[in-house]
Ligand binder design. Structure first.
Ligand SMILES: N[C@H](CCC[C@H](N)C(=O)O)C(=O)O
Length: 277
């Protein structure tokens, strides 16, 4: 099967974007892993599929496949890329769009340089994260090798744990990240954010992503970190999130309100791959 794709990135979180609006693109988990492989394939953190939809009030379906082949329900950096992609390819005449994933709906505005996304309201109910806890709390504890790690938990349409650290540069992202990602507290695994509060309007963040490992940026992770830290009272309603790959601006007035994310979306190259060769 010969497959055409567009390579894009958002602050270094990189994607293989596929137009499946005219014909279905059935990808096996093995083909996703091949696409994501940085030596034997194209190389990316996620594969993003844009699909048609007949859902009222929705412009496009949006499927997200992690590098490990698993399908998930949210990718904040990815929705900025696919929004720019559908506008630039003329798949729509509008620049305000609604995308539907398997778990959530997002309203997106495509401006010249930035893309603005309404990520919906953060979800703290453990049942909907999902997190194995009896009730919502500001903090949870996971014990790993006799050490208790405290974290906040939230869903942006995908599960996030957020740990407060003194210095992200020293955070145990690649050692503790995978242990927490697969901890029994998370029935569907989780993305693990390590956040350092610089000021009430600025944080530094590194994310160990479920199904992809540490990425240069994580859009839903930035949103989830701001939501958790807002609940702890350590950040205000407008926060600049400094990630290794660059910065995102997040706005959340608090419970009962939607959370907004603003950031770039960039092209790298067009290509095609033949899985039969
Ligand atoms: N690894 C995530 C999906 C990609 C999220 C990230 N790339 C973003 O920008 O939100 C998950 O398994 O939920």
């Amino acid at each position: 099967m010969k497959l055409e794709f567009t390579k894009m990135h958002a602050l270094g979180n990189d994607f293989v974007v596929i137009d499946a609006t005219r014909a279905a693109v059935p990808l096996t988990a093995g083909q996703v892993r091949r696409l994501a492989d940085r030596r034997r394939g194209v190389g990316c953190d996620q594969v993003l599929l844009v699909e048609p939809t007949d859902e009222q009030g929705v412009d496009f379906g949006y499927r997200i496949l992690n590098a490990d082949g698993t399908e998930v329900g949210q990718c904040g950096n990815g929705v900025r890329c696919v929004a720019r992609y559908v506008v630039d390819r003329g798949l729509t005449q509008r620049d305000e769009l609604v995308f539907a994933t398997r778990t959530t709906r997002m309203r997106v505005e495509v401006d010249a340089a930035q893309v603005i996304v309404n990520m919906g309201e953060p979800i703290f109910d453990p049942m909907r994260i999902p997190l194995d806890a009896p009730r919502a709390a500001d903090r949870y504890t996971a014990t790993i090798d006799d050490t208790a790690w405290m974290f906040g938990a939230v869903s942006m349409g995908n599960p996030h744990a957020v740990l407060l650290v003194e210095d992200v540069d020293q955070a145990p992202v690649t050692t503790l990240g995978p242990r927490l990602e697969t901890h029994a507290l998370f029935p569907q695994r989780a993305n693990i954010g390590f956040a350092e509060v610089v000021a009430t309007d600025e944080i530094r963040l590194r994310v160990w992503e479920r199904g992809a490992g540490e990425t240069e940026a994580c859009g839903s992770g930035a949103c989830g970190a701001v939501a958790v830290l807002h609940g702890l009272g350590v950040v205000g309603p407008q926060v600049r999130v400094q990630l290794p790959g660059g910065q995102l601006d997040i706005r959340w007035p608090g419970p009962g309100h939607d959370l907004w994310m603003e950031g770039p979306a960039s092209y790298v190259f067009e290509g095609h791959i033949d899985f039969n060769r």
